[in-house]
Design a protein around this ligand. Structure first.
Ligand SMILES: C[C@](O)(CO)[C@H](O)COP(=O)(O)OP(=O)(O)OC[C@H]1O[C@@H](n2ccc(N)nc2=O)[C@H](O)[C@@H]1O
Ligand SMILES: Nc1ncnc2c1ncn2[C@@H]1O[C@H](COP(=O)(O)OP(=O)(O)OP(=O)(O)O)[C@@H](O)[C@H]1O
Length: 313
């Protein structure tokens, strides 16, 4: 086996309830993660030394050194398995970079699974997720996919049952937002307001909407506690949210730490109509239409025919 490719989805937080800052500097969360059909593909190939290459839109800001989350994932698993980290990692990006859709986290999750497959580590998925949590709070969900509640700093997961397929539009912005900066702005705004920070709790109406496959109820109950902070740092996003809402979206919110904005539509045709309206509104750089939930990280068949073994060259 010389190379393995893993496909991994983006996420949107349908609910992101942000509690108080913990002693370790992270915020206590209740996050309803939802995996959507925008994907990165990570291919790992045996090599003389650990190298990373990236292709796709907006990848100029992605580091190619050992700070890339994929490179850190290789080193972490190599250390665990007592093997050499000498691999070439190639990332094909379909997930917006620094967009609040867990692009780097997705690559870390994909790399852990790809390396474990290449090295025949047979590491249980639950253990890969635990390792992933050392690389970032969103990494375990990128591995799991579907729809799930994350607690703690977002890394402790429980699957949420849902019915049917939800149709999404994502409005991509120029440039990214730094996740720590957005959490910091959330803290600053809260300090100015001086109100108590309630313990984060799941929104029962949102969970019921998922169980019922009720897109209108889901759209009405989505909420993101980081949204005000993202809007404070990037006021132009207000116009993006307003344009999607005016175009008939059932719900609109900033995705995670932003600046990508997410819009829920009633069906696929509705999603394309919202996307067209957003593009002509001039309030975003471009749009993507997607659906969810989709599965988490998975090894792609090496040869696309019936005889090929999954992921094996
Ligand atoms: C905004 C979200 O994407 C929502 O899912 C996540 O909370 C961020 O997850 P992530 O990018 O995997 O974040 P990490 O790499 O774990 O942390 C990056 C930084 O985000 C902030 N952070 C993250 C998670 C959390 N529960 N509280 C935080 O305050 C911290 O400043 C931390 O240093
Ligand atoms: N493999 C990677 N892909 C993208 N960015 C990476 C990667 N590794 C490290 N980074 C760094 O992480 C920063 C954030 O990128 P990323 O795409 O993960 O943001 P994000 O989607 O907003 O993350 P999240 O939603 O998890 O907070 C980038 O600006 C880049 O410097």
């Amino acid at each position: 086996m010389a190379s393995v490719t893993v496909q991994v989805p983006a996420k949107v937080n349908l609910q992101l309830a942000v509690g108080a800052v913990r002693p370790d500097g992270y915020h206590e969360l209740v996050s309803v993660f939802h995996a959507v059909s925008l994907f990165d593909e990570v291919t790992v190939t045996r090599a003389d030394t650990l190298t990373v290459t990236v292709e796709g839109e907006g990848t100029d800001g992605v580091p190619l050194d050992r700070t890339n989350l994929a490179a850190r994932a290789v080193e972490l698993l190599a250390d665990r398995l007592g093997t050499s980290p000498d691999l070439h990692v190639h990332i094909r990006k379909g997930i917006p970079v620094a967009g609040g859709m867990a692009g780097g986290s997705a690559d870390a999750a994909a790399t852990l699974l790809a390396c474990d497959t290449l090295w025949r580590g047979n590491t249980p998925r639950e253990m890969l997720r635990r390792l992933g949590a050392e690389l970032g709070s969103d990494v375990p969900f990128s591995d799991l996919g579907g729809t799930a509640i994350g607690t703690g700093r977002g890394e402790r997961l429980a699957a949420v049952p849902s019915v049917g397929r939800f149709h999404w539009v994502f409005a991509l912005a120029d440039g990214g937002l730094s996740t720590p900066a957005v959490y910091g702005e959330c803290d600053r705004l809260r300090a100015v307001a001086g109100a108590d920070v309630p313990d984060p709790a799941p929104h029962e109406g949102l969970i019921a909407a998922l169980r019922a496959g009720d897109a209108a109820a889901l759209g009405a109950s989505m909420a993101n506690d980081l949204q005000e902070a993202a809007l404070s740092l990037r006021p132009a996003l207000r116009a993006t949210l307003a344009a999607g809402t005016a175009a008939g979206a059932l719900g609109a919110l900033v995705s995670g730490s932003g600046p990508t904005c997410a819009f829920l539509a009633a069906d696929e045709a509705g999603a394309h109509a919202v996307a067209r309206a957003l593009e002509t509104s001039g309030t975003c750089r471009t749009t993507r239409v997607a659906y969810g939930p989709v599965g988490g990280a998975r090894v792609l068949p090496r040869l696309r025919n019936a005889e090929s073994a999954p992921g094996v060259l």
